[in-house]
Ligand binder design. Sequence first.
Ligand SMILES: [Zn+2]
Length: 102
Amino acid sequence: MGAAIRHLTATNPGGQVFTVNIERDFRYDPYRDFLVCAHCGWSPSLLTTQRIDAMAWEHLAGSHDATAGRTDQENESFRKARWVMLPLCAVLVIALLVVLQS
Ligand SMILES: [Zn+2]
């Protein structure tokens, strides 16, 4: 399966935290994102116009009664990878500008 790129969590009235992961499958081109609930195996078809995070919140509220303390966190390693890519892209753009001006 894909790599979890985001974690959407919410807390139910009993204080239990529920998590829905957004997994990205890079085997597809363009890649595809999937929603997977870590607690009940819920994994909906995403052939819908609904927003992916709205669906996750709806599931957490509807199936697990978890409506409080919603957090939307990016996966740690995924975030780090982007921090490496960002300066790299900036350097490339600057290099391109220098080449175009000469
Ligand atoms: Zn669930």
